[in-house]
Design a protein around this ligand. Sequence first.
Ligand code: ZN
Ligand code: ZN
Ligand code: FE
Length: 761
Amino acid sequence: MRERRAIILRGIVQGVGFRPFVYNLAVRLGLSGFVRNRSGEVWIEVEGSKESVNHFLDELRRQPPPLARIEQLEWTFRPANGETTFRIESSAGDWTGDVFVSPDVAPCADCLKELFDPTDRRYRYPFLNCTHCGPRLTIVVGVPYDRERTTMARFPLCAACRAEYDDPSNRRFHAQPTACPACGPRLQLVGGSESEREGEPLASFAHSLLAGRIGALKGLGGYHLVCDARRDDVVTLLRHRKKRDEKPFAVMVRDAESAVALVEATPEELQLLRSPQRPIVLLRKRPGGVVAEAVAPGNPFLGVLLPYTPLHYLLMDAVEDVPLVMTSGNRSDEPIAHEDDDALQRLSELADLFLIHNRPIRVRCDDSVTRWVDDQELPLRRSRGYAPMPLSLPVSCPTPLLAVGGQLKGTFALGRGRHAILSHHLGDLDHATAYEAFVRDIALYERLFGVRPEVLAHDLHPDYSSTRYARARGEADGIRLEAVQHHHAHLASCMAEHGLTGPVLGVCFDGTGYGTDGAIWGGEWLVGDYRQWRRAAHLRYVGMPGGDRAIREPWRMALAHLADAGCRDLRALPEGPSPQERHIVSQMLERRFNAPPTSSMGRLFDAVAAVAGVRQRARYEGQAAVELEWLAASVGVDGGYPFEVVAEEENSWIVETRPLIQAVADEALRGVESARIARRFHSTVVEMIAHVCDRLRQVTGLSEVVLSGGVFLNALLTHETTARLRDQEFRVYRHRLVPPNDGGLSLGQAAVAAARHAGRS
Ligand code: ZN
Ligand code: ZN
Ligand code: FE
């Protein structure tokens, strides 16, 4: 019995090698019919025996191409028409069909086999790839996505590559970046001494690294600085050159087995490490590992990543499995270098020699960073390998929109229909080069995904570069603006991730966000959904002496909280600031001059860290809070500190921090060890959250809680808060797809703007 079925697939099904996959499967099973892309869907008709057709459906569901994600599969019967061949129908004229650009993907198993097969024509070729793997976002310059509109345009295909490219049964059918040694990009070694440059570039580069040199490596989304991770002297030199005192470096190892020699990892963590996205995964250091202390000084964790390009594989092979520091090619806090001239110039004092190649990088894309907490991923930075994979929106976006995100950890998001496309990480928009990339990449994404925004969503903060961009563009192009309060965007971001429509209780804890009253918010309990919300509780305001300087100097927040709590005995503030500095800051607080009020939980962590003697000055953002977390995690649960919740007005509360600060100061003065203080403080914050949520549930009847904001990068706090709230029979949601910090803001803004325009939420 022959039968024919029409199958419609939705999800990530285009630009991921789906059509050749379907073709090959159909041919293998002796089915006839066709496959075509149709505005965001894949449309298939297959005809053959019932068994074969069923088999076909099973395989589709069970083993789709590695980059595909089938969200929906529907089928219906069709009359059989006796067709005998299977064909791929072109999608000319259907622009939505081919515009989807996938994230960059690590080499697939087939490509790796070729890479190390001496009989293969691509043996040891650093730029091999296929439909299932290779560069995508980082090389695309326009639409439709084809070779001419990538940075591979300058490399005409040789006859052998062309034949593969044109053959529907070949793994490289329409693989836009495909290349081979005859036609593709090449490596070149630049800098170093003449003798170092002798011989094959990759081997010479590896040799120099093993001899203790610092190299710059042109990778996928930018330049990396690379050195032997075992050598303290070399890593220290790199730190010195990069002006990066203590911020940890990531380490690349050849494979999961090599990783396990350095760090402890569960099967889930290993899976994350091996995933095609190849993020940097934060893992607990194993005692006695070979990695030098200078790589992640004083840090119980180590960021580890596996090779994610053929070039990396060859390099790890050439250094014979020695772990390599792999850190972004820049000076501290600058955006990663990605253009050759710029890199050679900017990195000339940082690197001894450069391994470069002639495939341009169009989109600068940093490594993604993630960790595994409880039973889920907790992303710290969502960038290479993840962007621009679309995320589902819980509300349909009737008008195409652009959400421009925040200021630090910039990302933007395009919204259209039920999807949001969240950009790669753009860094700190204070930097001119980061801002330029922000503007340029918005334009690129709009072309790539065919979105002409009719709504611009932005943060309330008037001075964010992203806000200024939105305002200027709104005015110039006559586009409607939607201002979204910072913590509301955090709440919406976490809701959107989980497809919640609310209303929910939101615990939004971060460093800084502009409040509707002009104060700096950051310790907020919100109640609401995408469209409506209110601030239900917040930490008591204290001054933030010196504004942003207080972020880099936790002792300032300590002084602010101590003064606020009436702790006159400043011996509670350990060594750090000079008497003069203290005096100036005390004056600021007394006169309320240059000390804007803040309810920030991040700053409360800073204050406690400083009073507990953990850290007076931060060398990188959030360092004091991170160290407080490590200390807390090093000892067992041991009580907490008092706090009070007082009514500000009806159903709106202030969480009093003075009793807490008094208790912390008291213990610090009595010489209680900092780990104990850190531990008790964490328990107190968990208690605060649980207590306020409980009161809010009594008032609102809501029992769904979302946890968002950068403070929830704290794994201990996230874990304990979740457990505690679940004990109280709350349903708890936290981030697992986008970072809880400002990197996830644009998603929340997009969801809010979509809901406001959808007229429903
Ligand atoms: Zn491949
Ligand atoms: Zn070729
Ligand atoms: Fe924030």
